[in-house]
Design a protein around this ligand. Structure first.
Ligand code: UDP
Ligand code: MG
Length: 314
């Protein structure tokens, strides 16, 4: 029998977990021709999330968990899930039931038809503000415009991945992770499944605007170096202007034999080049920061416990 691992990163989700567990068991009982593994990644929760997961595990051997030593963030939780999952395919899901488990049989169907990456695409999003929807849309636009690799629109992390995609993703071990663009980067045969995104069943979202902006900047800069090219694009017209101005000044001096009106020109030039330099330093700093993080070569996460066993880090 083929095994399907459902990976669920969870951070302070004690309120959603009972609903999630109920919906998932219903699903697993209805899909009988597969073996299931539910792999929770407890991302340093400060509430009873881990306790609940352990309770479920005692009742139900299909439940596994990885418990982080602290909060590492959802993206890292996802790679840990891939590392520990045993299935022939994996499915990523949020703990708050915004990704309906009822979609899973359809995803499995396409997987059996030979698709490697079956992703859920939102037809609509409930319970989210106009601003969040708009910024998310703009973000996809910007991300797509920086790269020639095709990015799936209106797609979260809810998707089914074949084992070979899992193995491919496990090879991408960079520290600054933007899993969405990694799904695109690996390629393979993709298929969209449409659904309506529900509201969170319980609890509060862990996102805020600062986190989202950080995620957007990380997404763009970890995926492509094209922002570095901005410097080239800006500098070309600047150098043309400089050349034209230089010729003009020299010619004027020779023809009318008048000294250059220096101070105004200097102030303007200083401001102009100062501005450009600050901008470019900012961009270079972004990448430098990334190089710094990558060269430290640290493990992506530390595990406290895996399925009741303490991790010793040997
Ligand atoms: N999550 C996590 N670590 C974090 C923040 C979130 O593992 O630091 C999990 C969270 O428990 C949930 C999923 O990531 O299962 C999505 O989080 P959330 O619902 O807060 O995000 P939203 O759906 O509002 O974008
Ligand atoms: Mg959510």
């Amino acid at each position: 029998m083929k095994k399907i691992s459902i990976i669920i990163p969870a951070y302070n989700e004690e309120e959603s977990l009972p609903y999630l567990y109920e919906r998932l068991t219903k699903l697993m009982d209805s899909v009988t021709n597969y073996e299931f593994e539910i792999l929770f990644v407890n991302d340093g929760s400060k509430d009873n999330t881990l306790k609940l997961i352990k309770e479920y595990r005692q009742k139900d051997p299909r439940i596994s968990y990885v418990d982080f030593s602290r909060n590492f963030g959802k993206e890292i939780g996802m790679i840990a899930g891939l590392d520990y999952a045993q299935g022939d395919c994996v499915i990523f899901m949020d703990a708050d039931l915004q990704d309906p488990p009822e979609l899973i049989p359809e995803m499995i169907k396409y997987w059996e038809e030979g698709y490697d990456d079956v992703y859920a695409q939102r037809k609509s999003r409930k319970g989210e503000t106009w601003l969040k929807k708009f910024t998310s849309k703009m973000y996809y636009r910007v991300l797509q415009s920086t790269t020639s690799i095709e990015i799936q629109i209106d797609t979260g992390d809810f998707r089914l991945l074949d084992r070979r995609c899992v193995n491919a993703l496990k090879k991408l071990r960079e520290t600054d992770r933007n899993t969405k663009s990694m799904f695109s980067w690996i390629g393979y045969k993709k298929k969209a499944v449409l659904y309506d995104r529900d509201e969170r069943v319980a609890g509060k979202t862990k996102w805020n605007y600062k986190k989202l902006i950080d995620l957007a900047i990380d997404g763009i800069t970890s995926f492509t170096t094209s922002p570095l090219r901005i410097s080239t694009y800006i500098s070309i017209p600047v150098f043309i202007a400089l050349f034209v101005y230089f010729v003009y000044v020299i010619a004027k001096c020779i023809i009318s034999s008048v000294a250059i009106q220096a101070y105004q020109a200097i102030i303007l030039l200083v401001l102009f080049f100062g501005g450009i330099q600050i901008l470019l330093f900012g961009i270079i700093g972004e990448y430098l920061g990334r190089i710094f993080n990558e060269t430290k070569n640290r493990p992506l996460y530390l595990v406290n416990e895996y399925n009741d066993k303490k991790e010793t880090n040997e």
